[in-house]
Design a protein. Structure first.
Length: 398
C-alpha cells in the first residue's frame, strides 16, 4: 500500500507517530510523510519519504500562570492560516501520487480536509486525549478563562468556516475530524484516557511507543545521588522565573538536578549554578529518565507517557490547558502531583512536594500498573494491523 501521513510540524505530534511509520515500512508498505523539513532526518530513519511543506503553525504562547483565551485564539488563527498556505501543495501531491489511505494528526484539519475532498479512507492519530460525542475534548483543551466571544476566537471560527467553503468540503472536516475519521488510533492506553469506557471500536487505544531512542551511555548521573529531572518541553519553556525557583529549592541539597531550560532561556541569566545542578538547553530525555527518581515536568503527553513507561513519579508544572489535563490525570491515578500554577511557586513548597512524591509508596505501584497497560496496548503492530484492515474493508466494499 501507499500510506500518506500528514502531521502538524511539532515534536509532540511527529515523534509519537514514527514507530508506527517504521512498523508499516517494515511490512513493505510505502509511506509518504507530509510535514516540515525540520523533521527530515528522523522521518528518513523511519523508512518514510518526506513530503516537505512550508508549514509553520506558529508559536505556542502562555502567560505566567497558564495560557489565556487570547493566546489560544492567536494559536488557532495561525494554524488555520498555515493550513490555507500549504493546502494547494498537499492537494497537488495527493493528485499526483494518490495514496490508499491518509493517516493524519487529530489537530491537523489539513488531513481530514484532504481525505474528504479526495474520497480517501482516513485514520486519525491522537498523541493526546481523544474526544467523541460522549466526551467533549474541548473541555480539557481550553484555558480556565475561556471566552468564546473573544474577538480573535470569533475570527478563528470565521476563517475556519471560510477555509472549508473555499476548498469545497463540509465544515465538519475542520471543526471535528474525530467525527469523520473511520479509524482513530489513540497513542495512550485506554486506562489513561479520560472516560475511556465511552469510546467504541472505532477508537483503538494502541498506547505510546518511542522506538529505539534509548542510549544509556548518553547521560550518567553521579553515583549514589537521587536524581531530579526538570524539563518544560520544547514548545512553552520561556520560564526563567520557574528555573530560578528550582535552583533556590534544590541548590545544595542531596539531589542531583538535571535541568533542561530549552532554547529560550539564557543559562547565564539564572545566576550562580549550584554544584549539584547540571543545566543545559536540552538533555537526552530517555537516558535521564532511566536514572530519575522524580520528573518535574510540564506534563506534555509524550513526556508523561515516557515517564510512566520508565515508572518515574511526576510532579506536574503545566503551561497550557492540555498539559494541565495530563497533570490532573496523573494525580487522579496516583502517579504524581499537580502544582498550582495560578500563583507564584514557593521554593519550600516545591521542595516539599518533590520529597513527598519521592517518598510516596503507592506511586510506584500505580506507575507499574499503568506501565503494564502500556505494554499490553499493542503499540505499532496493533496500529499497523488496524490501518491494513481499514484499507482492506474499503477495497472489499468497492
Amino acid at each position: 500500500m501507499h500510506i500518506a501521513f500528514i502531521t502538524a510540524p511539532a515534536p509532540g505530534h511527529v515523534y509519537p507517530t514514527l514507530p508506527l511509520v517504521q512498523e508499516l515500512t517494515r511490512r513493505g508498505h510505502r509511506v509518504s510523510y507530509a510535514t516540515s523539513p525540520a523533521f527530515a532526518d528522523m522521518i528518513a530513519a523511519s523508512g518514510a519519504q518526506l513530503v516537505a511543506l512550508d508549514w509553520s503553525p506558529g508559536k505556542v504562547a502562555a502567560s505566567k500562570g497558564g495560557q489565556k483565551t487570547g493566546e489560544l485564539a492567536d494559536m488557532l488563527v495561525a494554524s488555520i492560516r498555515s493550513t490555507k498556505h500549504v493546502l494547494p501543495a498537499v492537494a497537488d501531491w495527493i493528485t499526483a501520487d494518490r495514496p490508499d489511505v491518509i493517516v493524519h494528526d487529530a489537530v491537523t484539519v489539513l488531513g481530514s480536509m484532504i481525505a474528504s475532498k479526495f474520497g480517501l479512507p482516513s485514520a486519525t492519530t491522537y498523541p493526546n486525549f481523544a474526544g467523541n460525542d460522549k466526551f467533549d475534548i474541548a473541555q480539557v483543551l481550553v484555558p480556565p478563562d475561556f471566552d468564546p466571544s473573544h474577538p480573535t476566537f470569533q475570527q478563528f471560527l470565521t476563517e475556519m468556516r471560510r477555509l472549508a467553503a473555499d476548498f469545497g468540503v463540509p465544515v465538519e472536516t475542520v471543526a471535528g475530524p474525530a467525527k469523520t475519521a473511520e479509524l482513530n488510533l489513540v497513542l495512550l492506553p485506554r486506562e489513561f484516557q479520560i472516560r475511556g469506557e465511552v469510546f467504541g471500536d472505532e477508537f483503538r487505544f494502541i498506547g505510546p511507543s518511542f522506538g529505539n531512542r534509548d542510549n544509556p551511555d548518553e547521560w550518567q548521573p553521579p553515583a549514589g545521588r537521587r536524581v531530579l529531572f526538570v524539563a518544560l518541553g520544547t514548545v512553552v519553556n520561556d520560564r526563567a522565573d520557574f528555573f530560578t525557583t528550582v535552583i533556590k529549592a534544590f541548590g545544595g541539597s542531596d539531589w542531583h538536578v538535571a535541568m533542561a531550560v530549552g532554547d529560550q532561556v539564557d543559562i547565564a541569566g539564572l545566576g550562580e549554578i549550584p554544584a549539584n545542578f547540571d543545566v543545559r538547553a536540552f538533555f537526552p530525555q530517555p537516558a535521564v529518565l532511566r536514572h530519575a527518581d522524580v520528573f518535574l515536568s510540564h506534563s506534555g503527553m509524550g513526556s508523561t507517557m515516557e515517564a510512566i513507561m520508565r515508572q518515574v513519579p511526576i510532579v506536574s508544572f503545566p503551561q497550557i490547558a492540555e498539559q494541565s489535563a495530563n497533570g490532573r490525570r496523573v494525580q487522579e491515578l496516583g502517579m504524581g502531583r499537580l502544582l498550582d500554577i495560578s500563583r507564584d511557586t514557593d521554593p519550600d513548597e516545591l521542595r516539599r512536594t518533590v520529597e513527598e512524591v519521592a517518598a510516596d509508596e503507592d506511586i510506584p505501584v500505580n506507575l507499574a500498573a499503568m506501565a503494564e497497560h502500556i505494554r499490553n496496548a499493542g503499540g505499532p503492530p496493533a496500529g499497523a494491523d488496524a490501518i491494513e484492515q481499514l484499507v482492506a474493508s474499503r477495497t472489499a466494499v468497492r
